[in-house]
Design a binder for this molecule. Structure first.
Ligand SMILES: [Zn+2]
Length: 120
């Protein structure tokens, strides 16, 4: 770990844009679920080792659980929606949101890794 730590905000914003967290030039994904293998500009390996992206599940699950919990209490008590309506709506959210957030979770996980332990 002799590499220089990347600055936090540029790394975070590049991850939010689904770009290489090191240089911000290359897109991480070529399709909805398919990733490029490495950055064309700086050579960062996007695929890392097998199992690397298991950690991105924490981001995906954590944000989904947080949003559902806050939405449930907000809609139940403030908007006074019936329980069944909330159950159907939030269950649909629990299925669809992680699919949409999949790419962002992976990108944020790679950025998180590059911020704390940058590849040489
Ligand atoms: Zn790059």
């Amino acid at each position: 770990m002799n590499s220089i730590r990347l600055p936090f905000w540029p790394t975070f914003l590049r991850s939010c844009r689904l770009r290489c967290p090191r240089c911000g030039e290359t897109k991480l994904f070529t399709g909805w679920f398919r990733m490029n293998s490495r950055c064309e500009c700086c050579g960062l390996n996007f695929l890392q080792e097998p199992g690397f992206y298991l950690g991105s599940i924490y981001f995906n699950y954590g944000l989904t659980a947080l949003v559902v919990t806050v939405a449930y209490f907000a809609l139940y008590f403030a908007a006074d929606l019936p329980g069944n309506t909330l159950l159907i709506g939030l269950t649909a959210f629990c299925v669809l949101f992680p699919l949409w957030f999949f790419r962002y979770a992976r990108s944020l996980w790679l950025g998180f890794d590059q911020y704390f332990d940058p590849d040489p």
